[in-house]
Design a protein. Structure first.
Length: 83
């Protein structure tokens, strides 16, 4: 039971590490793989990680299906989906 409680706290801890399906906002502009610029303040969803969390692939709604690699220091989590 202690493990379950500890896991619950980790999921709700706002300082816990970023992970797939977290909703995030980028406080600085980001550039997609296609060269499109994502403006600061845009919200997206983490869809994957790179090199153990060195960067995260974030999908943005505009332009449609845009994905940009973003360093964790340039992300702020605004929501977390239960896994």
């Amino acid at each position: 039971m202690l493990v379950e409680f500890s896991d619950l706290l980790r999921k709700e801890d706002p300082g816990a590490a970023l992970r797939d399906l977290d909703d995030v906002v980028v406080p600085v502009p980001a550039v997609t793989d296609d060269g499109d610029t994502i403006a600061a303040g845009c919200e997206g969803t983490i869809v994957g990680g790179w090199k153990g969390g060195e960067a995260f692939f974030v999908e943005f709604p505009e332009p449609a299906g845009a994905v940009a690699p973003v360093r964790p220091s340039n992300l702020r989590r605004i929501g977390r989906h239960a896994l």
